[in-house]
Design a protein around this ligand. Structure first.
Ligand SMILES: [Zn+2]
Length: 164
């Protein structure tokens, strides 16, 4: 399956359907949520944002304090048994980090010159790739997927879960 992230649903009838016709890697639930999750997708592009922030932090250490959750979810050394969960409270804080980056993306805020250049150059190169342009679309879309995870966590009270 590769890397994944999800927020499980909080439906009272989140009960796995036992049906020999259903493959174990794609369980069905009575509530109807596929895999019993409200949101589930491949988080590869969000991890790219984290890696980019880590690169920027080498020039500007403040980045480490400004985006700790972004750096955490994209640091595979912190995964235990290829798994990491971000609590509901941490998800709220991650949301503020994402909103902050959205502000940088739409020009409402700007990074210090040196690291602004690293941020911009990375995305120019990233979106020069046709597949990235088609699949990832834009920085706003990528960050928007992160917002979906945070919203789902807030609504269900469940953590955001990541797997490698
Ligand atoms: Zn459900």
């Amino acid at each position: 399956m590769g890397k994944w992230c999800e927020v499980k649903c909080a439906c009272p009838n989140r009960i796995k359907v036992h049906d020999p016709g259903v493959p174990h890697w794609n369980p069905r639930y009575l509530c109807g949520h596929s895999d019993g999750a409200v949101v589930q997708f491949w988080p590869g592009y969000l991890f790219e944002v984290g890696k980019l922030l880590r690169r920027m932090a080498k020039e500007e250490p403040d980045i480490l304090d400004t985006y700790p959750r972004f750096l955490k979810v994209s640091n595979f050394n912190l995964y235990v048994d290829e798994y990491l969960a971000l609590s509901k409270d941490d998800a709220e804080l991650w949301r503020t980090e994402i909103d902050d980056l959205l502000d940088h993306d739409n020009g409402a805020r700007s990074f210090p010159y040196e690291i602004a250049r690293i941020w911009q150059e990375f995305w120019v190169e990233f979106f020069a790739d046709d597949w990235h342009k088609k699949d990832a679309v834009s920085v706003k879309e990528i960050l928007g997927d992160g917002v979906k995870l945070c919203e789902a966590s807030r609504q269900t009270g469940n953590p955001i879960e990541f797997g490698l």
